[in-house]
Ligand binder design. Sequence first.
Ligand code: GUN
Length: 285
Amino acid sequence: MGTIIDGKALSAVVKDEVRDAVPVLEKKYGRKPCLCVIIVGEDPASQVYVRNKVKAAAYTGMDSKLIELPVSTREDALLRKIAELNADAAVDGILVQLPLPKQIDEEKIIDAIAPEKDVDGFHPSNVAGLWLGKKCTVPCTPAGIMRLIDSTGIELKGKSAVVVGRSNIVGKPVAKLLLDRHATVTIAHSRTADLGAVTRGADVLVSAVGKAGLIKRDMIKPGAVVIDVGMNRDAEGKLCGDVDFEGCKDKASWITPVPGGVGPMTIAMLMKNTLLCFEQRENNK
Ligand code: GUN
C-alpha cells in the first residue's frame, strides 16, 4: 500500500496543457494571455512563490508581468495600481501575493480586483459563484487538490472526506469541491474536540492547517487518500507538511509528499485559471 501522488509530475502535465493551448489561443484571438503578479515587501517565502509563478508563466509561453512594491507601500497606492491593471485590456489575470504588510487591508485589496481578472478566485463574487454552483474562478490550491485526487482514479461519490482547516483559501473551497463530487464532507479545525476520531473516519483526508506533525499514523484510516497542504519547517529547517509522511505512507493508499505534492499544483492551476480568464474575457468582448 501507499502510492505517492507525484504533484511535480502532474503539475508538469498541466503546465504542458497550458503551453500547448497558448499558441492556439494566440492564433484565434490575436494576442496571448497575460498574468500580472504583484508582491508587496520582501517576505522570503512570498518571493519564492512569486518567482515560481512568473517562471511557470514564462514556461507556458504566456505573457507575464511582475510588479514589486516596497514594504512601505500605502493601501491607496496599491488600490490605484489595481485600478490601472483592471482597466488594462492587455491584462487577463491579477494576483496580489498574500500576506500583505499590516498597513494594507487584504479584504479591501481582494475586493478591488476585477472579478473577471481574479485568477486566485478570492473575490467575493467568485466565492459566491463557487458556493452557488455558478461559473467562477476556482481557487488554485483547491483546484490542484481535486486534480491530484482525480489522478488516483478513486471515485469520490459516497466517500467520507475530512478537511482539516477552514481557511478561505483552501479549507472552505476544497470542502465545497468535494461536496460537489458527492463526498460526505466534514470540516475539522483547531477547536475540534477529538481530531483523531474525526480523521480516522476519512476515506479522503485533506490537511490544510500549517502544523508540522499534526496528522500521525494512528489518525488515518487504512487505505485512506491523504492530501497534505501544509508548508512548514521542521526543527532542522527542512520543508515539511502537516502529515507525518514516513509514519503514514504505508498505511494510506495514496499520499502526497511535501515538497512535491500540492505546492507545484497550485502554480500549475494558476496557469489554467489565467487561460480561463483570458478566454472568458475574449468571449465576452
Ligand atoms: N499566499 C499563499 N497562498 C496564496 C495564493 O494562493 N494566492 C495568493 N495571492 N497569495 C497566497
